[in-house]
Write a protein that binds this ligand. Structure first.
Ligand code: FES
Ligand SMILES: [Fe+2]
Length: 402
């Protein structure tokens, strides 16, 4: 069975919603969002090979003078550019007395430890051994075989993207108290879009999901991006999970066809209470064949903060959702895929009454618990303190990426 013919084609990307449906009057999606379908897609994603590669951060955050550092499952990592501009990296502890190399400047391609001046050029020295690293032009990856435990591969599973020379891209990073699987599970539930993010999405329908008779593991979604109350951009998009910590959304029809949003989940390691923390690194690579997109590319420096703000708004809520999934699993009550129809029905009834732009209350609860970080300077300081006390740190430069 192939998906329904796309209704997205139009000579103009914008549409006017003639009869906007209020949030509470839209069709509930919980019957289609079967926990078993989401759990099945998640389980299949989790067993795909990653080659032990983890996203560390944005390529643009590795500058000629500063390294990019972070933690992957409690292992401190630092990457920088050597004298030839190649990405190099390795453990984030100085081999002399263990100073954090994250704080070290780069001089002529050499990372110089601030404590006593030991220099690293990216090759092994004094017990410090380089790690495999990869720069795909948008994101920086590091391979940690001891963490991944899989058969290593020479390169990570990088989704096919539009040509960077013909696109605008931006990277947003946030942190939540959850595991990577909770982030992936959130993205493999496209049904929540118009209910949970009514400020961004309306008129959402999942026209195909795994188990609908197709061999491939793809969700096909028709949805409209909301620009103003009645002005929308309808698209068709596909969601896939090419590896265990990545979910890819690709616009296949409508404005910006070919554009992708990659969501990468990287385990950081436990916080001071022993709870798992996960970095969400989301890369937006937008393209369009429309003549006006040349202007958008020219305005890329101004557009990037807007792209990051849009991603951050969605993930502010979605991390609350992921944190909630983790909390429920920790309590032993729920694994993704075990929510009963009875429970879902109660939730559905309880959510009635929100205004069209009112997000459900779960967001506020998770925020109040202080379990969602959004890459703010305050959060970065908090994470840096964690690193200083021997706790895993999040990527230090988190809000840029172009
Ligand atoms: S700790 Fe780095 S040079 Fe001493
Ligand atoms: Fe979402």
């Amino acid at each position: 069975m192939s998906p329904d013919p796309s209704p997205r084609r139009s000579c103009h990307p914008l549409r006017l919603r003639r009869r906007p449906v209020r949030w509470e009057h839209q069709e509930p999606t919980w019957r289609q969002a079967r926990p078993a379908v989401i759990a099945g897609a998640l389980q299949r994603a989790l067993v795909r090979p990653s080659g032990n590669w983890f996203v560390l951060g944005a390529t643009a955050d590795v500058t000629p003078a500063r390294p990019l550092s972070g933690a992957v499952a409690g292992t401190e990592v630092v990457v920088w550019r050597d004298a030839r501009g190649r990405l190099v990296g390795g453990p984030g502890q100085c081999p002399h007395l263990g100073a954090p190399l994250a704080d070290s400047p780069v001089r002529c391609g050499t990372l110089v430890c601030r404590w006593h001046g030991l220099s690293l050029d990216g090759s092994g020295y004094a017990g410090w051994e380089p790690l495999p690293v990869h720069d795909d032009g948008v994101l920086v990856w590091v391979r940690l075989d001891a963490v991944g435990g899989e058969e290593p591969t020479r390169a990570p599973v990088v989704p096919v993207r539009p040509a960077l020379a013909a696109s605008v891209h931006a990277v947003w990073t946030g942190v939540g108290t959850c595991e990577p699987r909770d982030v992936v599970a959130n993205r493999l539930d496209p049904w929540h879009g118009a209910w949970f993010h009514p400020y961004s999405f309306v008129d959402l329908s999942v026209v195909r999901a795994p188990g609908d008779g197709e061999d491939d593991d793809v969700f096909v979604v028709d949805v409209s991006f909301r620009l103003a109350r009645r002005v929308v951009v309808p698209v068709r998009a596909e969601f896939t999970a090419p590896e265990p910590r990545t979910v890819l959304m690709r616009i296949t029809d409508g404005a910006g066809a070919g554009s992708v949003v990659e969501t990468h989940a990287t385990p950081l390691g436990p916080d001071e209470l022993g709870r798992p923390r996960t970095a969400v690194v989301e890369a937006v690579v937008a393209t369009s064949k429309r003549p006006g997109f040349a202007l958008a590319r020219a305005l890329a420096p101004a557009l990037r903060p807007l792209l990051r703000t849009a991603a951050g708004r969605l993930w502010h809520d979605d991390l609350a959702y992921a944190v909630r999934l983790h909390e429920l699993r920790e309590r032993g009550g729920r694994e993704t895929g075990t929510t009963t129809a009875k429970d879902a029905g109660r939730a559905d009834e309880g959510d009635s009454g929100h205004g069209e732009s009112a997000p459900p209350a779960i967001t506020g609860r998770a925020e109040a618990a202080g379990r969602v970080a959004d890459g703010s300077p305050e959060d970065a300081r908090h994470q840096a303190r964690g690193a200083g006390s021997g706790k895993p740190a999040v990527p230090r430069k988190k809000r840029t990426g172009d």
